[in-house]
Design a binder for this molecule. Structure first.
Ligand code: 26Q
Length: 810
């Protein structure tokens, strides 16, 4: 207030209630008597938002006064999760709100149920972006996250006749109280057209676009936990300009034609692409990417010029983190802005650009490395293609100087792929145009250096780094698992662990305390009762992630079929009851993944209909996996399935969320599993399978025959035979065929080790005291996986930024 000159926002129950009523009357425009649940929800949300907005204003003032170095996070995806509960927590107004909403005739839980999650992402990469912006605010780092405000988020999944069905996700249909439109900051973005030389200049060009689109921003507030900072995520929505409405056609009665240009423009931010790895090379996707980058860069430059006038300061005041290659066209766009529009010399522009950007890679799958056909680029972004050619020419000169005569190396490293078709390799552009490149877990970063980006690591070894991913402990334990959080707070004597997650190590001292273990176990059970997926006393075995063959849901399925056979063959056996819970979406065009979903549901139905087996084994497919559902499942999990083929999962972050909540992991030596195991201890982790080296050797030896495993292993044979003989309603022939054929992800090679390891899981489960002790130790040693630590690593090693504390309002 001092600085802002505002009336104090209510902090007592009375004051909060007055604020709530003011919001109801003056902003929602309704009354207590006629307020619907939706009215009450919107009213509460706005009232809570006001408290964050006040902090936002103080944050902006502190940032403006400091003129700090800024982090700009560029991401095509954000999976922010539901906002109300988080914002109640971060503004410390949970209790006030719970009381106040009663006067409107509703409970807080009811209103939280109306809070919609903006599904503006596919999976891990989008959720990582959300965890990182949360942690940046928590660590007082001046930052803005830039993204796209898709009208339709990731599709809603339902299971119909055992198969995945998709529905559009019109997430903001009823409005979004968390969003601030900022129409004054709109930007203009060009596409298509041609370039013309600029008389008297060698390097500058004039680009005359053939289509012009407006980008309208809105932002959501991103508060820090336990600090005053509130940063923003700024999302761009495409709009037709006034000129895109053709009044003369309208007057002539051609209504559809009159708006077709505007519709075309608005299609750019219409829908999130639901593919989470394979590149389709669709022009609209490239349009989305360029739209995001052009709007964001202009906004970044506008913000820079508020406090700075000299371009030579730009790279000192700005770091732009590229979340995978999706926003990599920003490198060429910044060059274009600096050279063509601000008239800098090429060399100065290139030096600024290179020092400004950093690139995070999230994959190792070759088919996921983005490339665009040169002809698509040429048509859509003719000036950018010219710039990329120039960047490539200077770059290849540098390679030639270091490795004279090594033409094969030049061919491998070129930003332009020549065969079988000329394409722009976005990962190469991202490495060439940035100061730092990082992988997302130790193994991933090492494999990047040694395989996919090996030539680049030879040339610039110091550029390559690792920053292991992390997760928000506020969302994924405090909010998701209040019971466990309360017990931890009691055990540690305070809530300090929520912003200093290493403090969880203090739980180790309680890992042998029988009464503590009993309470720990009771909480897990209560969470299972809430989830209501199956018998709360059964082992709850969860595999929750996107469906992809490399993640190997099909391996889990073979284990389930094996258990089914064993129980049928020995109904009187002393079986450990299990509930296996799957959740996850498959890309709509990814048929092999959808086949696996069908088979899971078919096997689940067969087992449910079998009176001998169903008391011991239940398979559940939870529809429409999203952040909100994850927050319900994770606290109830006993066992976390992280069974990707080693060398394929860059990191994984669900693995971290589950371990933090006391699930034990069964996993391969892949991604962050390796670091989880190193921290929680090998004794508290169920390890199986080939390592990345063995897997690569087996695959490339040419000696692997999946069928050998089938012939050698009776239980495996029985499982696959059952699928092929139609035991599961005739479903699954494609899955079985792919396993017995090429078996790309070596599922059959790891089957026996996996099933034996699951037998070991059962043995440990029978000793509940031991299991609970292991569970506590998993939580105790998960502190490293806080996104706060991830952000500190980025800040120290890549961004070189310092925190800017925001003064309290006192
Ligand atoms: C690209 C082009 C066209 C259409 C879609 C895409 C696309 C979209 C999303 C490609 C990839 C993604 C998402 C990838 C992703 O989520 N990767 C995961 O990132 C996590 C955070 O680093 C890791 O933990 C996971 O291991 C990795 O799979």
């Amino acid at each position: 207030r001092q600085g802002l000159g505002l009336r104090r926002l209510g902090r007592t129950a009375d004051e909060f209630q007055q604020d709530l009523l003011s919001t109801l009357y003056y902003r929602r425009g309704t009354t207590v008597e006629s307020a619907s649940a939706r009215d009450a929800y919107e009213t509460l949300s706005l009232t809570v938002r006001d408290r964050l907005a006040e902090r936002r204003a103080r944050t902006a003032a502190a940032h403006f006064a400091t003129n700090p170095r800024w982090v700009y996070y560029l991401s095509a995806e954000y999976l922010l999760g539901a906002q109300l509960e988080q914002n109640l927590l971060y503004s410390g107004t949970g209790e006030l709100a719970a009381e106040a909403v009663k006067t409107l005739g509703f409970t807080l839980e009811e209103l939280e149920g109306l809070d919609i999650e903006p599904g503006l992402g596919n999976g891990g990469l989008g959720r990582l972006a959300a965890c990182l912006v949360d942690a940046m605010a928590t660590r007082d780092i001046p930052a803005v996250g830039y993204g796209i405000r898709y009208d339709f988020g990731i599709f809603k999944q339902s299971i119909s006749g055992g198969a995945q069905a998709e529905c559009p996700d019109d997430w903001a249909f009823q409005g979004n109280p968390w969003e601030f439109p900022a129409p004054d900051d709109r930007q203009t973005v060009g596409f298509y057209g041609h370039t013309e030389p600029v008389p008297g200049s060698q390097t500058r060009k004039r680009w005359i676009p053939g289509e012009v689109v407006l980008g309208e921003p809105s932002h959501m507030l991103v508060p820090g936990y336990g600090t005053e900072t509130v940063n923003i995520v700024r999302l761009w929505r495409a709009r037709g300009s006034e000129a895109s409405f053709d009044l003369s056609r309208f007057s002539a009665g051609q209504y559809a034609e009159a708006v077709q240009e505007a519709v075309r423009a608005e299609n750019i931010s219409k829908v999130l692409y639901p593919d989470d790895s394979t590149e389709l090379g669709r022009e609209l996707r490239l349009k989305q990417q360029y739209f995001l980058c052009s709007c964001s860069l202009r906004d970044i430059i506008r913000r820079f010029r508020l406090r700075n006038s000299d371009w030579s300061d730009f790279a000192d005041k700005t770091v732009i983190q590229l979340n995978d290659t999706h926003p990599t066209i920003a490198i060429a766009e910044l060059m274009r802005l600096l050279v063509d529009e601000y008239e800098l010399e090429w060399d100065q522009a290139w030096s600024i650009t290179r020092r400004t950007f950093a690139y995070t890679c999230h994959t190792l799958l070759p088919e996921a490395l983005e490339t665009w056909p040169v002809h698509v680029f040429e048509r859509l972004l003719p000036r950018h293609l010219e710039i990329i050619y120039l960047i490539n020419m200077f770059f290849l000169r540098e390679v030639e100087e270091r490795f004279p005569g090594d033409t094969d190396r030049l061919r491998r490293m070129s930003i332009i792929q020549e065969e079988p078709e000329r394409r722009v390799r976005m990962a190469h552009l991202a490495v060439v145009g940035t100061e730092a490149v990082n992988g997302v877990a130790e193994l991933h970063s090492k494999l990047l250096r040694e395989t996919v980006l090996n030539d680049f690591a030879d040339l610039w070894p110091a550029k390559f780094q690792n920053v292991t991913n992390g997760i928000s402990p506020r969302r994924f334990i405090k909010i998701a698992n209040p019971r466990l959080s309360d017990l931890i707070t009691e055990g540690l004597g305070g809530e300090g662990w929520l912003s200093d997650l290493d403090q969880l190590a203090g739980l180790e001292a309680l890992a042998d305390d029988a009464s503590f273990l009993e309470r720990w176990r009771a909480i897990k059970r209560a969470n299972k009762v809430d989830l209501a997926a199956g018998d709360p006393d059964s082992l709850t075995d969860v595999m929750i992630k996107r469906f992809h063959e490399y993640k190997r849901q099909q391996l889990k399925l073979l284990h389930i079929i094996t258990l089914y056979h064993r129980i049928r063959n020995d109904p009187g056996g002393d079986w450990v009851p299990r509930t296996v819970l799957f959740a996850g979406k498959a890309a709509p065009a990814y048929h092999a993944a959808k086949d696996i979903i069908r088979l899971i549901n078919a096997v689940g139905s067969t087992i449910a209909a079998d009176p001998v087996v169903s008391p011991y084994l239940k398979v559940v497919f939870a529809e429409n996996y999203n952040v909100t559902l994850a927050e319900r499942i994770i606290p109830a999990a006993d066992l976390s399935e992280q069974i990707s083929l080693a060398g394929k999962e860059a990191s994984g972050t669900g693995n971290m969320k589950l371990a933090l909540n006391g699930a034990l992991t069964i996993g391969t030596l892949d991604g962050a599993n390796i670091e989880i195991r190193a921290r929680v201890g090998a004794d508290n982790f169920f390890l199986f399978g080939l390592d990345a080296f063995q897997a690569a050797e087996l695959r490339y030896s040419g000696q692997y025959r999946a069928r050998d495993n089938y012939e050698r292993d009776g239980e495996l044979r029985a499982a696959i035979d059952a699928i092929q003989s139609g035991a599961f309603g005739g479903v699954g022939h494609e899955v079985a065929g792919s396993l017995l054929g090429w078996d790309e992800y070596l599922t059959l090679a790891d089957y026996r080790a996996y099933v034996d390891c699951q037998d070991h899981v059962d043995r440990v489960w029978r000793d509940q005291a031991t299991w609970s002790r292991m569970s506590v130790l998993n939580t105790a040693h998960s502190g490293f996986f806080s996104a706060d630590r991830t952000v500190s690593d980025y800040a120290a090693r890549i961004w070189r930024v310092a925190p800017v504390p925001v003064p309290r309002d006192e």
